[in-house]
Design a protein around this ligand. Structure first.
Ligand code: 4AD
Ligand code: MG
Length: 433
C-alpha cells in the first residue's frame, strides 16, 4: 500500500494500484448498498465509492456511522471517472476510524458570518475558506519570487519599536521593562537603513494598527510587504509597484484558477490588467473629478472608501494616484520641489472598489525638512536620531512602498470583507479564536 495525498495528477499515476489516504469526511451519503464519500486530506478532495460488496458488512456499518469531519484512513484503488471531480475516484476497500467527530458545528447549511468567525479554527476546512488561503499562499510566494528574482534582499524589520512611523493615533503600546514600546505599524524606517546597505531591500511581515474603524478593509494585525530602493525616484517607484502587481496577478492566474473558480471570481478584469500599464492620475485631478460628481470634498482632504471606489470605477484597472497634500501624509515623504504643499507620494487603488492596496513615496533626504516635520508632528526627535543618521552618512535619493497583503487577497479573490483573507483575523471587536 502506497501512502498518498490527493493531488489529482499523482492519483492518476496510480490507477488500479492499492493506496492509502488519510484525512477527513467532508460529506457522505448512501443509496442502498453503495456509499458515496466526499473525502478531503488537506491537499485535495476526492470522491470515494464504498460498496458493501467491496468492504464487507462490518466496514459498511462503520461507513454508515461516519459523521462530517471524522478523521479516517482509507485503503483502496483510484480509478478514472470523467464525471468525478478531478477525473478520478477511489474504490474503497477498507476504512479505519481515527476519531469520530460529534456534532460538528459547521453544517452545509448557511450560517451567519459572526458564528463562522467564532468557529474560524474549524471554518478554515470549508471549501471557500480553503481556496482563499491557498490563493493567499500563492500571492505570498509570488511576491517573494518577484523580489528575489529582481535582486532584492529580504531583511526583516523589528516588531517591537520605540517610536511611531505612521502617526501616533493607531499605535498599540506595550510595557517594555521600565519603558513603553509600540508594535510596528510598518517596517519602512528600518527598510530605509537596509536599502543603504543592500541597495534593494524588502521586508514582509505583520504590522499592527489600533484602527478604531469597523470597515471591510481594516484589520488591527495585517501583513505588509515593503520594498525600499536606493537611487530610485517616485516614478521608478510607481514602475516597481506596477510590475509587482502584474507579476502577482499573472502568477495567481497561472497557478490558482481552480481556487478562483471555487470562489466564483469573475477573472476577466484580472486577465485585462496583466496586459499593460496602469492609469496614473494626480490627487488634484481626482479632487476635480470628485467635485464635478457632487462629492462633498475639498482640496487637502483624504479620500474615504466612497471616493476610492468612485475614482477606481473610472477605470477597470488599478489606478495610481500621485502628488498628495503633505498635511495628510507621513512625515518621511519627500516634499515636492515644485510645490511645497505636496509630497512625492503615491497610492494604488484596486479596481472594483477594493480600495487602497499600495501606499508609497520618495523619501525626504533633506535633514532640515525632516526635522521640521518631526517637530510639527510632535514626535520625539531623540527616537529618530538613528533615522536622521541615514541622511548624514551617504544619503541618496530613495523610494519605497507598502502593499497590504490582505487587501490584495480580498481583491484578487473577490471577497468583500478582509476578515476572511487572513487565517485568524484581529479587528477592533475580535481577538479570538
Ligand atoms: O499606506 P500605508 O499606511 O503605508 C505605509 O505604512 C508605508 N510605511 C509603506 C511604505 O512606504 N513602506 O500602508 C500600506 C498599505 C495600505 O495601502 C494597505 O494596503 C495596507 O498597507 N494597510 C492595511 N491593511 C489592512 N488593515 C489595515 N488597518 C491597514 N493599514 C494599511
Ligand atoms: Mg496609505
Amino acid at each position: 500500500m502506497v501512502k498518498m495525498k490527493i493531488l489529482s495528477n499523482k492519483l492518476k499515476k496510480h490507477i488500479d494500484e492499492k493506496i492509502t489516504l488519510s484525512g477527513w469526511v467532508y460529506n457522505s451519503r448512501r443509496s442502498g448498498k453503495i456509499g458515496f464519500l466526499t473525502f478531503r486530506d488537506g491537499f485535495g478532495i476526492v470522491q470515494c465509492i464504498v460498496a458493501k460488496n467491496d468492504v464487507g458488512e462490518e466496514k459498511f456499518e462503520l461507513f454508515k456511522s461516519l459523521t462530517q469531519e471524522s478523521s479516517i484512513v482509507l485503503h483502496g484503488k483510484p480509478v478514472l471517472n470523467n464525471r468525478a471531480p478531478g477525473g478520478v475516484e477511489l474504490i474503497t476497500e477498507d476504512i479505519e476510524i481515527l476519531n469520530l467527530s460529534k456534532d460538528y458545528p459547521i453544517s452545509p447549511k448557511e450560517h451567519g458570518t459572526d458564528f463562522l468567525m467564532n468557529n474560524r479554527h474549524l471554518w478554515l476546512r470549508s471549501k471557500k475558506q480553503f481556496a482563499i488561503l491557498k490563493v493567499r499562499h500563492q500571492i505570498v510566494k509570488s511576491i517573494r519570487d518577484f523580489f528575489d528574482s529582481n535582486d532584492f534582499t529580504l531583511v526583516d524589520s523589528p516588531i517591537l519599536t520605540p517610536n511611531s512611523a505612521e502617526g501616533t493615533s493607531t499605535l498599540f503600546s506595550t510595557e517594555y521593562f521600565d519603558k513603553m514600546a509600540y508594535l510596528a505599524q510598518t517596517g519602512q524606517l528600518y527598510g530605509e537603513a537596509s536599502a543603504m546597505a543592500f541597495g534593494r531591500h524588502y521586508n514582509f511581515g505583520p504590522c499592527f494598527r489600533a484602527e478604531k474603524s469597523k470597515t471591510r478593509r481594516h484589520l488591527t494585525e495585517f501583513w505588509m510587504v515593503e520594498p525600499e530602493i536606493a537611487f530610485c525616484d517616485i516614478y521608478e517607484n510607481m514602475d516597481w509597484a506596477e510590475k509587482l502587481l502584474i507579476y502577482v496577478v499573472k502568477n495567481v492566474l497561472e497557478n490558482r484558477i481552480e481556487e478562483l473558480e471555487i470562489l466564483e471570481r469573475d477573472v476577466s478584469t484580472l486577465f485585462d490588467l496583466i496586459k499593460g500599464s496602469f492609469p496614473r492620475i494626480s490627487y488634484t485631478d481626482c479632487i476635480d473629478i470628485l467635485k464635478k460628481n457632487n462629492f462633498d470634498i475639498e482640496w487637502g482632504q483624504d479620500f474615504g472608501a466612497k471616493e476610492d471606489t468612485f475614482i477606481s470605477n473610472q477605470y477597470k484597472l488599478p489606478v495610481i494616484v500621485y502628488g498628495w497634500p503633505k498635511d495628510i501624509k507621513a512625515f518621511y515623504m519627500k516634499r515636492d520641489p515644485n510645490d511645497e504643499n505636496l509630497v512625492l507620494s503615491m497610492d494604488i487603488l484596486a479596481p472594483e472598489g477594493y480600495g487602497e492596496i499600495v501606499g508609497g513615496s520618495e523619501r525626504e533626504t533633506d535633514i532640515d525638512n525632516l526635522v521640521s516635520r518631526i517637530k510639527s508632528e510632535k514626535l520625539n526627535q531623540d527616537d529618530y536620531k538613528w533615522y536622521l543618521d541615514l541622511r548624514k552618512y551617504g544619503s541618496v535619493p530613495h523610494s519605497g512602498f507598502g502593499m497590504g497583503l490582505e487587501r490584495v487577497v480580498a481583491w484578487i479573490c473577490g471577497i468583500s470583507h478582509i476578515r476572511e483573507t487572513i487565517p485568524f483575523a484581529r479587528t477592533m471587536t475580535r481577538i479570538t479564536p
